[in-house]
Design a protein around this ligand. Structure first.
Ligand SMILES: NC(=O)c1ccc[n+]([C@@H]2O[C@H](COP(=O)([O-])OP(=O)(O)OC[C@H]3O[C@@H](n4cnc5c(N)ncnc54)[C@H](O)[C@@H]3O)[C@@H](O)[C@H]2O)c1
Length: 384
């Protein structure tokens, strides 16, 4: 067998995303055997030494670091994978780019547009390979949605609708900030559901339906004060608990987006629907292998929403997995992103979404935040 080229990974952060990415690195070679590159789990970094050692032992990393700067300085690391909270993305990625490392960065790119722009400038100046983990693009049903839209089957698109609903912060006694709860602290997260959840919806929407031109938004913080885990004091909550916005896409269609952590009963209900002149599609993360499709050209007696089980070998990515009819899961989107990143190294082409692509999502997030603050429509500056 031809010897593979190594991509030596330095992972920073060993929480939720540290696990999903590592699973992707471990699985990719088995299911995408033709790739020329193979990831090597060279080092993992987190501040707590005993936790990071336990993670390394469990998942198979060769070495550990407790300071990400030491990790970046190591000559035996090719790619830095950023799985830390949002306030660290800019500093780590700018330093990694300066050291000539490839960068795989978690979303949202950063806390705000200004930070994101600095990251894009640094990465492009360094010319390093990069990608941002907007992983939902790589679920086969979502990729199929893009193929359907691009084929023109939907005709002129009128509406794009997306929701991302959760309920885990309704309890007013839940603290904010610190390990596990940094998403509740605006100084660390940058925003609440806007950057955490809606950024996914915006990335998918612009990938499927083109750029968002302008927005009008509202946000709400339902619980105004919470104990901060790190200080032990009751502090003002400044994240958005809920955020909704209307928008125009550059293609003339209208968008409607809603996200909240106060929708009792919903844990991670990410859905989207696109309505065109000829046909519509809709998708639901809770049933992620299915894409619903309605085609007005069908025989009127048989016409109706059809539920496509996206598990056939000629559907995106599915030739790499089991046999038709057998589904895959959330974790496979990360395996696919690793596979596409490795393939991009072979072909020398970018692996979207790149930092520049993710900057477009940040532009929309910034416009949403500015619109909610001012109560006026805001242009995003996104083209295409
Ligand atoms: N793509 C997705 O669907 C998705 C899902 C969840 C989270 N995320 C993103 O991934 C990132 C991490 O989120 P998570 O849920 O894995 O968080 P987490 O809290 O589970 O894990 C964060 C990890 O980072 C470590 N860490 C924090 N500061 C550090 C520092 N200065 N140096 C080294 N390690 C440090 C923590 O110890 C922890 O191991 C966030 O940017 C988040 O928005 C993306």
């Amino acid at each position: 067998m031809k010897k593979k080229k190594e991509l030596r990974i330095g992972l920073i952060g060993c929480g939720f995303m540290g696990r999903t990415h590592t699973n992707g690195y471990k699985r990719v070679g088995d299911f995408f055997p033709a790739l020329e590159y193979t990831p090597v789990l060279k080092a993992v970094c987190a501040r707590n030494e005993s936790k990071v050692r336990a993670f390394a032992d469990q998942w198979g990393y060769e070495t550990v670091e407790t300071d990400w700067k030491a990790l970046i300085a190591r000559p035996d690391i090719d790619a830095i994978d950023i799985c830390t909270p949002n306030d660290t993305h800019a500093e780590i990625s700018i330093a990694a780019a300066a050291a000539g490392k490839m960068i795989l960065c978690e979303k949202p790119l950063a806390r705000d547009l200004a930070e994101s722009q600095k990251m894009v400038d640094a990465i492009e100046k360094a010319g390093v390979a990069n990608t941002v983990w907007y992983n939902y693009r790589r679920l086969p049903a979502v990729t199929l949605a893009r193929q359907i839209v691009r084929s023109g089957k939907l005709g002129k698109i009128y509406h794009y609708r997306a929701n991302f609903l959760q309920d885990w912060t309704i309890n007013a006694n839940l603290p904010q900030g610190g390990e596990g709860l940094w998403r509740m602290d605006a100084a660390v997260a940058g925003s609440g559901v806007l950057g955490d959840l809606l950024s996914h919806c915006i990335d998918t929407a612009m990938w499927l339906n083109g750029g968002i031109k302008d927005v009008t938004a509202m946000t709400e913080t339902f619980v105004k004060e919470r104990v901060h885990q790190l200080t032990g004091k009751v502090q003002q909550v400044t994240i958005d608990d809920a955020c909704s916005f209307l928008c125009h896409f550059n293609n003339g269609s209208l968008g409607l987006f809603e996200s909240t952590r106060y929708a009792r009963g919903h844990k991670a209900l990410y859905t989207f629907e696109i309505n065109g002149a000829n046909a519509s599609i809709r998708w639901d993360l809770h049933d992620l292998n299915r894409l619903e499709f309605f085609d007005n050209a069908d025989d009127s007696k048989l016409r109706g929403w059809r539920s496509i089980h996206v598990t056939d070998g000629d559907q995106p990515y599915m030739d790499k997995w089991w046999v038709p009819g057998l589904g895959i899961g959330y974790e496979h989107s990360f395996v696919h992103q690793v596979a596409d990143f490795l393939e991009s190294l072979q072909t020398g082409s970018p692996c979207p979404p790149t930092f520049r692509d993710a900057l477009e999502t940040q532009k929309v997030c910034q416009a949403v935040s500015d619109s909610a603050a001012s109560g006026t429509w805001k242009k995003t500056g996104v083209e295409g």
